[in-house]
Design a binder for this molecule. Sequence first.
Ligand SMILES: [Zn+2]
Length: 375
Amino acid sequence: MIGAEFIPAPLILQTLSTPGRLGRGERAKIRDIRMNSWERIEAAVRFERGDRTPVFVICRFVLLKQANLPLPGTILDARRTADLEIEGRRRFGWDFVYGRTYYPFEEEAIGATAQFREDTAPSIIPPYTIRTEEDIHRIDPEKVRRTRGLEMEHRLVAELARRLAGEAHIMGYCQGPLRLAGQLRGLQQMLLDMVVEPDFVHRLLAATTEVCILRALSALEAGARFIFIGEAPASGDMISPNLYEEMALPVHQRLVRAIQEAGGRAVLHICGKSQRQVPLMARTGADVLSVDSGVDLAEAREMVGRQALLLGNVDTINGMLRGSQEEVEAEARRCIQKAGTEGGFILSPGCNVPGNTPVENLHAICRAAEAGFPG
Ligand SMILES: [Zn+2]
């Protein structure tokens, strides 16, 4: 417990850097108050302040670029990916590591063709796998269970969990049911189907949800306690709140429940201008709502109260990629001010950070957290 003994982070840093001025007892007390990443995240989950706001940054492509490693050579290499994540955390000071492979093993097992590139995630190229109602039967979790990609991701999470036990949390990953359906059917076609063939989409999403659950449970079994659900097509830029409620909410509720029943915490990530989606996101029961910079964090907090943690939302493009470090730091501090003065908040960019993001901006986001709580 921190309570009345809480000392703001800048004071801790100041005093730790000038230990000669303190007695031994005082130094020990300050060391006790400084939390490790695991404790800091658990404090945020309990809606307590902790010693500072925990930080999560998805920036695998920056880390690969810095290490001069092309993605295709490492995408199925659990050991190298774990080294990269652990080194990134050590260097920048964030609190989670990311237990995800970018290999599109689910799509490939179901029959899709991927195109690999050096500096960004692989993409699925046409022709798409799901063309008719009958094709839905091809979405069989058993095919995905036997893939090298799932096996590698399991090893990656297990390795991270072994090396960071009790020290930091592993953020596992699964695709959202709409995202996977879009990969298999073609995103535009799936969005169109939602309006003209809703029953077909319900059946398609029921099938993809089972694959999403398989991947999430694999990561939990390997030692992750949080699962990041990447669900870009549920964005307010793509579908209306009504379509969300009809199409996405039931499958999100099923996926979140499966994660929680296995002892995990679900982090539902939806990109873009999704303000009107937030109350529906809360109804999924997800433990953490990850919202992009298109959502105002103060309004989101107002809408969800203490029902869920919030995660976000420094602008990925105008802030992280194009902004100065001063701008990133100021925006990150505003995020803490809006959503995190009472815990229940994880500071993060709004979405996946592009590979050519300046590293100074990755430092800047952690500096904002280190500066302590405003007010
Ligand atoms: Zn996103």
